[in-house]
Design a binder for this molecule. Sequence first.
Ligand code: ADP
Ligand code: ZN
Ligand code: ZN
Length: 737
Amino acid sequence: MHNRVVQVALPLPARRTFDYQLRREHPAVREGSRVRVPLQRREVTGMVIGAATISSVPPGKLKSVSVVLDAEPSIPSTLLKFLKWAADYYHHPIGEVIRAALPTTMRSTRGIQPRLPTRYSLTSAGRAALRTLSKQAIRQRRVLGALAEAGDGGLSLDALTNSIARPTSTLKLLQGRGWIEMYQNAEDFLLTAAKKAGPALNQSQRRAVREIGAELSRYVPFLLQGVTGSGKTEIYLKAAASVVASGRQALVLVPEIALTPQLLARFQEGLGGTLAVIHSGLTDRERHIAWWAARQGLADVVVGTRSAVFTPLARPGLYIVDEEHDASYKQQDGFRYNARDLIVKRAQQDGVPVILGSATPSLESMENVRQGRYRQLLLRQRVRGAAMPKFQLLDLGRLPVTSGMTPPMLAALRLRLDRGEQSIVYVNRRGFAPVVLCSTCRWQARCDRCDVHLTLHRRSERLRCHHCGASRDPPEQCPKCGQSTLHPVGEGTQRVEDTLQKVLPGVRILRLDSDNTGNAADLATDLARVRQGTIDVLVGTQLVAKGHDFPAVTLVCILNADSGLYSVDFRAAERLYQQLTQVAGRAGRAERPGQVLVQTRHPENVSLFRLARHDYNGFVTAELDQRRLAFCPPFIRFALLRAESLRPAVSLEFVSVAARVGHRRLAGQPSQAVRLMDPVPSPMERKAGRYRAQLLVTSHAHTPLHRFLDDWLCDLEGLKSGRSVRWSLDVDPMEMY
Ligand code: ADP
Ligand code: ZN
Ligand code: ZN
């Protein structure tokens, strides 16, 4: 870059870059290098993302870069190009996109290379010294002895500290004498995976592996649609292993690390390479090391959650997304990206294949298969000849109910208990009861700050709001009529647990919901207990559904399937189907066949009928037809403008002004390519004390929508009414509130 004026992206909510000039003494700077620059009275770290040929700032006013932090670009140019694309697509400020993509440590002046774990090893002089050193030099002998025993690789500082208390001064002394060497590398941090063969693949698995293997050197998006227990992990592993064998790297996205121990375990024993795992339990420094190891090409495979989509790779070779339909790939605040969608773009830019895997792929991906954009790989059968679980619908309208459970459900649970088999009870609400109601005057406990009911929690005896976290003591008497006629209504996980304890004496229950699971380690311990068989019944929310492979589970009970059946959210049916398939898929994965009991008030519902017949494709066809008729994604593009404020009218006023401005923009255009819906209060208008309103923008195609958004956002940034609200734009929103 010859030009001495550079465009810098700063972590600010501004949809623009900032020009700075380089002084003579500054080294040459390339795109992707970080710089420190003055901003008002502060200094901030930004990234050079281009050269400014003509600056809009008059030369005399142009400020200088204070320090060039990186002599080389901190991220590969391909990744920078990808981030620019993402900023463009989501209409989000590039500086904030870059901030989301870099390790937190690099927001400061820290170098690209993190502080690495320290190792020590013995020199030949040290080996000789160990033989002659006086017996009195106990600490020195201890250190040298331990290192001699450890051999060539030496020992990490952590390992040394475990055998010798506070070894630092001794280490310094030995180092000074040239008896030991200190070095730093990322290896201690990476997992080194063996190359164990694993099960022999069945025919469909082999075909899938062969098809992927034939396309490793160009962009091909694969949709791996395999029923639950069909062995998708083995396919990811084989594909990743051959990419690694050819000297390249793979990036694997999973919904949540703690919930995918089997995938990690399988990669650790079968990959034959090094593995970096990026998860929420890492410290900033550890995260930086993983990032760096990927960037340097030291990690052959990176496994991580949503934000790992931005991990730099030295030699990208393959991208994989497990459970591609999972909602957790969508970031719901700030930079609202969808990692599943982004990774496909990244694969395309890098010219490498991408595998999206799921038992129930998103309707977006299914439509991409129909349009010939994605190549479908099907696994129709479970491995080892295991049968698909048998579904039975139980009519809540006709059967008597005890704490949400019908007699056939309780009988089925009792039968499993007698046979020594395990069961899962899926309840979509945590807490004891979702509503507290006065039977005299119909008063209900509601949150003061949100438009929702408060949930009763029995363990803590509190009423809690699941949206803002507020909590209070449950009243003794009804605050409205004063009677002692308050009753908990409906079932949460705690109530189901209590009831099962009563009706199945001696049953060993594990309740799994976000109230009850602390950190990732606790969760892993809990899941291990289930596998060991010291648990009879697992009761929980979505946490029980995710990819677990518990061979002894033969029964899955779904307490209530109705929440998603007749909802205003156009994705509700899809999400319900995916959730229920996933939880049902935990049943009968080994020799013993699985049964799934689904309680509903709508046993005639056609989606439930298809679910029970394992007819996802039938469901998809019908659902896509409906989406087309209703002008919904994937046929129509959505962007949602949201606003919130402490005063009720203000946010609605802002989106109304935004709508007027938008209509004016559109009036000049000939076609009806972009449409603005009516500005409305959000479905749940009040949340955490803020009033929310929204405006939906739709278009039949990508290009006109994005052209409109570009202009419109400029308008909105200039609006005075925008200053009294918090507003944001969500491109391809997942939640419509
Ligand atoms: P999915 O992700 O499709 O639900 P998994 O990949 O978790 O399924 O596989 C389920 C189980 O089957 C795992 O324990 C896995 O090791 C095993 N498995 C995979 N492929 C085979 C095979 N060909 N033969 C026997 N077992 C297999
Ligand atoms: Zn009352
Ligand atoms: Zn609340």
